[in-house]
Design a protein around this ligand. Sequence first.
Ligand SMILES: [Zn+2]
Length: 233
Amino acid sequence: MRITDMNWMQVEAQVQRDDRTVIPLGSTEQHAYLSLSTDSILAERVALEAAFPLGVPVYPVLHYGCAPYFLDYPGSVSIRYTTYLNIIRDLLDSVAATGFRRIVIVNGHGGNSSAANFIIEWMAEHPDVQVKWHDWWRGPRTWAQVQAIDPVASHASWMENFPWTRLPGIEMPTEQKHLPEKGTFANLAGKAARAYYGDGNFDGYYQRTDEEMNMIWLAAVKETRSLLENDWR
Ligand SMILES: [Zn+2]
């Protein structure tokens, strides 16, 4: 169930029955030919499908994240890391104030993962609340499924190309993208990043079959659900 589809009285009653909840984290950033909201769409959807059979409520996805390397790509947004940690703190404080005590953060963007360490600091200050940080696409079982299908998979490649992240009427290139050797270059930002990443796919084909994508999706939903079900202390 979605927090969006509930009123506050329903949430108050829900938290008495079950103190688990999910916060999905996304990003608005270039994904080559795919939607700029790819990370938000995937994080929210995997969270909703994982939580639905358990009756666990899912907060609305945070649509913005940390993507400073993509600021030269139109439509991309980056929240400063310092700001982002404060947003995560405020989110957790609010969700804990509601009474939730077991929180799964389903993150859809690697640039947000710096906040995973911050979670430990927050938990040290809130010993009655447990938080799990889950980068859903690289959970061990999901990542193994990706690798079994095609080990050349990365940002904005086929592995993020689901029927729900594609855009209508956009043709995908058919070749396998390979970025040039980066060697010992400094980290890239701005125009240099755009020149290097080109269309924005980091590595791999642009699309694979819906059957293969469904296998990955089922693995991701199952793995995310198991985090909600198991291994709370
Ligand atoms: Zn992505």
